[in-house]
Design a protein around this ligand. Structure first.
Ligand SMILES: N[C@@H](Cc1c[nH]c[nH+]1)C(=O)O
Length: 364
């Protein structure tokens, strides 16, 4: 079925009106956004997929790859008070693998900045989107990036290794390879061995933007890291078990509680999943059937650091997600810090794609 732009815009307007009825303030961030200040907040994937152009007066500009970052930027520039926003409009992302996927599509979103009860805010966003999708053949997946971050932070190993793992939470294969490397389960690359053995740096030409003293510091850090004891294999096993966890939420929570006996660093994050389950149930969500997948969200926006969720069509694996979102507390901190003070506020939100909803049979 071909969905027209007019149909998509009509559904987008209805969905946005629904969020307004819940007290959200409609906002319209500009399509052109400053790339130099905002692009690095998205992470590697989106950075590579943004359309960037230059402007003699304003510097690098990009077509907005999403609304969340511009909305957070706007919100933090005016303080950090509780607020709810909604928006509807196009976002732009290069598609590098699948030509059939549009590089420009309409999103309708809802963002909640709220200090009092994060579990309730997570549930509010999820339940509103779930309601807006009701009647469509969709199924939801949830996860929590905060658990993975807590595991990495709690590892008994060097900061260099923890930072590398943290950066690669978003690249599952690289993450696994690092775990294998740090636990001594995989020989490290010959080039790395050469650097560690000291047979390389004297002759290496200076290419790129790194200066000699930066290269020296990096080599020194790698050498001292190579002396650090390997990551215990038991830790790697526990992480693998965690990453493989995918079950209805109550069963997943039981498993998480078991795992937290051996991984005490995840205790607070698991408590947040438990509180969220209760809040979701209070919003009428059938948590017995709701999937929790500990690896979910590792290929989405890199600003997520807690709850993540997505809704996909049951029988149409060819379609993109109909809705997705998550919590991004640290993003408000990062943007707040750039404004010169310590302002921050916990935040969570999500988007729907009216074009995909129509393809799946939504009526306007
Ligand atoms: N901006 C995200 C969705 C989202 C909104 N709020 C939180 N997450 C996206 O485009 O995927």
């Amino acid at each position: 079925m071909t969905v027209t732009r007019a149909q998509t815009n009509a559904l987008a307007a209805t969905l946005r009106a629904g969020f307004e009825a819940h007290g959200a303030l409609p906002v319209e961030p500009p399509i052109l956004q400053p790339a130099e200040t905002l692009l690095d907040l998205y992470g590697e994937d989106i950075r590579a997929r943004a359309y960037v152009t230059s402007d003699a007066l304003r510097g690098e500009q990009m077509l907005r790859p999403d609304f969340t970052v511009p909305v957070v930027q706007m919100h933090m520039a005016h303080g950090a008070d509780p607020a709810r926003y909604t928006y509807a409009g196009e976002v732009f992302r290069r598609q590098e693998h699948d030509e059939s996927r549009p590089n420009e599509f309409v999103q309708v979103g809802y963002e909640v900045f709220e200090r009092t009860d994060p579990a309730a805010s997570d549930a509010e966003v999820f339940a509103l989107i779930s309601q807006a999708l009701s009647g469509l053949p969709v199924t939801a997946v949830t996860g929590d990036i905060g658990i993975l971050m807590a595991v990495v932070r709690g590892l008994n190993t060097t900061d260099l290794r923890k930072n590398a793992l943290m950066r690669h939470i978003w690249r599952p294969r690289r993450f696994r390879a690092l775990l294998a490397q740090f636990s001594g389960d995989m020989p490290s690359a010959p080039a790395r061995e050469a650097v560690l053995a000291g047979t390389v740096e004297a002759s290496a030409p200076l290419v790129g933007a790194r200066r000699q003293h930066e290269i020296d510091a990096r080599i020194a850090a790698l050498r001292s890291d190579a002396q650090a004891p390997p990551l215990p294999l038991r830790d790697v096993e526990l992480i693998e078990m965690l990453l493989g966890l995918s079950a209805p939420m109550p069963a997943a929570l039981e498993r998480l509680h078991d795992l937290s006996v051996d991984l005490p660093s995840i205790v607070p994050a698991v408590a947040r999943v438990a509180a969220r389950q209760q809040a979701l149930a209070a919003h009428g969500i059938d948590v017995e059937k709701l999937l929790f997948d500990a690896s979910y969200g590792r290929s989405s926006m890199e600003y997520y650091d807690g709850f993540v969720f997505g809704f996909r069509a049951v029988d149409r694996l060819d379609l993109p997600l109909l809705a997705s979102g998550g919590r991004y507390d640290a993003l408000t901190r990062r943007l707040g810090a750039r404004l010169g003070d310590n302002r921050e506020i916990p935040a969570v939100g999500g988007v729907m794609r009216p074009g995909v909803m129509l393809e799946l049979g939504a009526v306007i």
